[in-house]
Design a protein around this ligand. Sequence first.
Ligand SMILES: NC(=O)c1ccc[n+]([C@@H]2O[C@H](COP(=O)([O-])OP(=O)(O)OC[C@H]3O[C@@H](n4cnc5c(N)ncnc54)[C@H](OP(=O)(O)O)[C@@H]3O)[C@@H](O)[C@H]2O)c1
Length: 276
Amino acid sequence: MDNIAYYSEKVAIVTGANSGIGFALSEELLKRGAVVYMAGRSPDKLKEASDKLSSYKDRIHLLVMNVTDQQQVQKGIENTAAEAGRIDLLFNNAGVGATLPYEQATLKDWKAIIDTNLWSVIYGVHAAVPIMLKQGSGHIINTSSIAGIIPFPFQALYSLTKFGVTGYTESLKYELMDKGLFFSTVCPANIATPIFNKSIDGKSHGDLRVPDDAYPVDKAAVLILDRVSEKKGIIIVPEEPFTGMWKNYVSGELDDVLTQMTRDRRAAFEKGGMYF
Ligand SMILES: NC(=O)c1ccc[n+]([C@@H]2O[C@H](COP(=O)([O-])OP(=O)(O)OC[C@H]3O[C@@H](n4cnc5c(N)ncnc54)[C@H](OP(=O)(O)O)[C@@H]3O)[C@@H](O)[C@H]2O)c1
């Protein structure tokens, strides 16, 4: 079966579906024939997003849940399984970014980003695994980041959460593979979405700013879904040059690049600007 037909009639939940990568994944899943539960914390934003996909409305369901609330996630996932009869794919995608000097981060920031980026994934997996074990099948796709395999400077908060997502997902991938469950870790580099002008609380500040080198979000969704259907574990988006960069980091050959990046970013912060 090709990686388009693979998705036909599969039941998928996507968190953070009203924006960015989650919206693009929802759209691409719908194009490929899946039934999509678009999850988000704001009913208004979900409605606005799903209205843009109205040609697929028969296969769209809206799921209101704040991913930092364990009970909402548990209920949302269990209710979906009860209504749809199964869950084939869970995309734990919702998250926030953070690039700031360590000295500026408060403990409130640390707690907030761990809640949104890490506990959300733990809650989703906790709710979905028993359902998938009972089914004897299922695929959980957790969104980490390129910063979840390479620790970039001024991203200690973000990297902590994303390295957590990567390690957690990779470990479960091996542990549950013989029970019919698959796990993938999505590691995007810069993708053109609204994340770049949002703070840890998810609120937007100023005009939308996207780095010049950002990869198109629709192409990111196509690549992610192709690799998910191939059951790939770590999915780097785009694959090059970032797979090469990751290998260089592991072999200690990225030190000079990361050192220079540190100096550039510090200089940018000292001038009061963002790094990109
Ligand atoms: N874009 C990139 O360059 C990039 C790179 C690496 C990794 N990522 C990761 O990719 C994922 C998606 O990011 P994106 O770029 O698509 O950003 P985005 O456009 O800002 O979308 C983030 C989504 O997460 C949702 N969300 C945040 N907190 C939530 C909460 N407590 N409960 C429910 N939903 C919540 C947002 O909902 P609201 O609209 O209600 O806030 C929004 O739908 C994130 O995990 C991010 O870390 C992105």
